[in-house]
Design a protein around this ligand. Structure first.
Ligand SMILES: *Cc1c(COP(=O)(O)O)cnc(C)c1O
Length: 432
């Protein structure tokens, strides 16, 4: 299958080329030429399928021109070697735990899938590719872990100094090998701006192959549709209509859920839950898209003022606001509401959520107040230990540190401080 640019000013490309370039030459995001629904028998007997079979059947049409079936199966087995349990915490309210991977945030699946694809594409090639990525916290760790030791690929991660959690920082600064962390004196927006500038820098692009590992890259974005299918498989026996509440920042995850819906998965409604960064909730109220600078919150992986994947969502519904409104609601919650929810959930059910999951819970409850008769699943996108300070201080308990995290605790941080774009450019030209 080919992919086209949403800006319509660039040629269509294969899966492989879309992954290697990240974004189209006209700066548009790539989008699949078609989304063929899976046969209804797939959903009728989904509970008989393994996660590997579900993943293979659902992503096959998008990648099969460039990755042979046997290789694709091997990649999926590497990527999906942990569980995705749906845990019920109240009547008709469950959470889909996406934090059982190596860096304990949901981005592990997308990052590992992309890394495995890039590793496969670079076999037998002489030229190296540099993956450049800005992170507000979790992407960096997942990308570093996924790409560690992948031949032919160098990874450069930009993160805002002092604005990621201690554990997040260790996950992206302690690995070494083909991974370099650049610590930027500034905000996440500054990091993202530098990355965008690099992708537009002709002089730089003449010298090196650059790609992005943010969710604009289809190999990071598309495999996230697996989560929704894995959840459907587990919740189907409830015999109720299913709604998903997705804590959203760049809106890649919820958009992948909508692709699963286009593949034929029965979903009644999506809820995109956000923190104070409410560009999309405002859009869903007014129909006007007005991006704004991001504000810092306790759910920092969602501190995004101009979500990059929202154009894909609008496109999926034919840029028709009414159609979109039928399928999507979006609500914003403050930090104090989020903390209250974390405490409420813990007191009521003994379940510990991280701040992102708590925002998802709040969105689900708000929707269910108006539409009570459904089975609601909110995505728990990170393990609470990744936001240890907030969780411990809000709930008043201490969280046990899992082995994945203990591994990075004793390691030394290595990063290079930069303040402006020229330093990034010099590093890329000389350093890697
Ligand atoms: C990245 C991230 C999100 C936001 O996901 P998007 O696909 O960007 O909307 C939410 N929660 C956590 C923990 C994350 O790391």
């Amino acid at each position: 299958m080919n992919f086209y640019s949403l800006n319509n000013q660039a040629p269509n490309v294969s899966f492989k080329d879309a992954v290697i370039t990240g974004i189209a030459p006209d700066r548009g995001l790539y989008f699949p030429e078609s989304i063929e629904p899976l046969p209804s028998s797939f959903f009728e007997r989904i509970e008989e399928l393994s996660n590997h079979e579900i993943a293979f059947n659902s992503i096959h049409q998008f990648v099969s021109d460039d990755i042979p079936n046997e290789k694709l199966k091997e990649i999926l087995a590497n990527v999906l070697d942990f569980d995705f349990p749906v845990v019920e915490i109240e009547e008709n309210v469950a959470t889909l735990e996406l934090f059982h991977g190596p860096t304990m945030a949901f981005k592990d699946v997308g990052a590992r899938f992309m890394a495995n694809c890039m590793g496969y594409f670079s076999e037998g090639e002489n030229s190296e590719v540099t993956v450049l990525v800005a992170t507000s916290g979790d992407t960096g760790g997942a990308v570093a872990n996924g790409f560690l030791g992948v031949k032919g690929v160098n990874v450069v991660i930009l993160y805002p100094s002092g604005k990621v959690s201690d554990i997040q920082e260790r996950q992206l600064t302690t690995l070494g090998q083909n991974i370099t962390a650049l610590e930027v004196d500034g905000t996440f927006d500054d990091c993202q701006k530098m990355v965008k500038t690099a992708f537009l820098d002709e002089a730089l692009l003449k010298k090196m192959k650059l790609t992005s590992a943010n969710s604009i890259n289809i190999a990071r974005w598309l495999p996230q549709l697996f989560y929704f299918l894995f959840a459907y498989k587990q919740a189907k026996s409830k015999n109720k209509e299913i709604v998903f509440s997705v804590p959203s920042g760049n809106f890649g995850n919820v958009c992948a859920g909508m692709v699963a819906q286009k593949l034929g998965m029965p979903v009644k409604h999506f809820i995109a839950s956000t923190n104070l960064n409410d560009t999309v909730p405002e859009f869903m109220k007014t129909g006007e898209y007005v991006p704004k600078p991001s504000s810092a919150t306790i759910s920092n992986a969602m501190d995004v003022g101009d979500p990059s994947n929202f154009v894909r969502i609008r496109h999926l519904y034919g840029d028709n606001f009414e159609e979109l409104s039928k399928n999507l609601s979006s609500y914003m919650f403050t930090d104090s509401e989020t903390r209250e929810a974390m405490l409420h959930i813990y007191t009521n059910s003994g379940y510990i959520t991280d701040p992102h999951g708590a925002v998802g819970y709040l969105g689900l409850k708000k929707y269910q107040e108006l539409h009570p008769d459904n089975y609601g699943i909110f995505l728990e996108t990170a393990h609470p230990v990744k936001f240890l300070d907030v969780v411990e201080e809000t709930i008043g308990i201490s969280v046990e540190i899992p082995s994945q995290i203990q591994k990075v605790m004793g390691k030394d941080k290595k990063s290079i401080h930069i303040t402006k774009y020229d330093e990034l450019k010099n590093f890329l030209l000389e350093g890697c």
